[in-house]
Ligand binder design. Structure first.
Ligand SMILES: C[S@@+](CC[C@H](N)C(=O)[O-])C[C@H]1O[C@@H](n2cnc3c(N)ncnc32)[C@H](O)[C@@H]1O
Length: 202
């Protein structure tokens, strides 16, 4: 396979069943995601990569649920995103409801989203301060009361230096009166919308 390198070789190995799709989530984090996404009807994931968690969310959501995965999946040297091909295959392993992948940045998708409410959002895209701040500003108002937001890389883990998303979660999200932390495992935090802006106005 010398003529194939990097992500193309990775894709061939995946298709041959010799390598699984990659994910940055731990087993405990995936169990947590599955527990909280179970039965949800309108789900969004920002940062799909190989789609391991996208497939997981589809496997547990309401049978008539709608799942949207968002990732620009940039094309490589051959003009193809092998990551996206793996993600589409991971998504096709499950048949619940409707699922789609938007090939966009999260802020582009947000601008076109309209007024559809979301009851489960998984944020695992741009972990810079500006990136997570923009995702929080764009997407959190769309979470309905009782809806959940799961944030990856939002807690300190081991020796790894904290990403900006850890600090943003601590300083902004966990002090937001509209949301309450309901779970946390490894680098994953789950918050629930407990109040709307109308509740806290005035
Ligand atoms: C940390 S990886 C996601 C890992 C994946 N959730 C998993 O654990 O299996 C980050 C992904 O987010 C995507 N990404 C980065 N910024 C983004 C943005 N603003 N909107 C959507 N996707 C973004 C990247 O292309 C990359 O595939």
């Amino acid at each position: 396979m010398r003529f194939l390198q990097g992500s193309a070789a990775r894709f061939v190995l995946y298709r041959l069943g010799l390598r699984a799709a990659d994910t940055q989530t731990t087993t405990a984090e995936r169990d947590c995601l599955a527990r909280h996404a179970a039965g949800r009807r309108s789900l969004v994931e920002i940062g799909v990569m190989h789609g391991v968690n996208t497939g997981l969310l589809r496997s547990v959501m309401h049978p008539e649920g709608e799942l949207t995965g968002i990732d620009p999946h940039p094309r490589g040297r051959l003009g193809i995103s092998f990551e996206r091909r793996i993600a589409l295959a991971e998504l096709a392993r499950h048949r619940r409801g409707k699922a789609r992948l938007l090939r966009q940045m999260s802020y582009q998708a947000a601008a076109e989203w309209g007024h559809r409410a979301i009851d489960f959002l998984f944020i695992d895209g741009d972990h810079s301060w500006d990136g997570i701040a923009r995702d929080w500003r764009d997407w959190s108002p769309r979470i309905e009361r009782g809806g959940l937001v799961a944030l990856h890389d939002s807690r300190s883990v081991g020796e790894r230096p904290d990403l900006d998303s850890v600090r943003f979660t601590t300083e902004v999200i966990l002090t937001d009166p509209h949301f309450l932390q309901i779970d946390a495992v490894d680098s994953l935090t789950v918050v629930e919308r407990v109040a709307t802006s109308a509740d806290t106005a005035g």
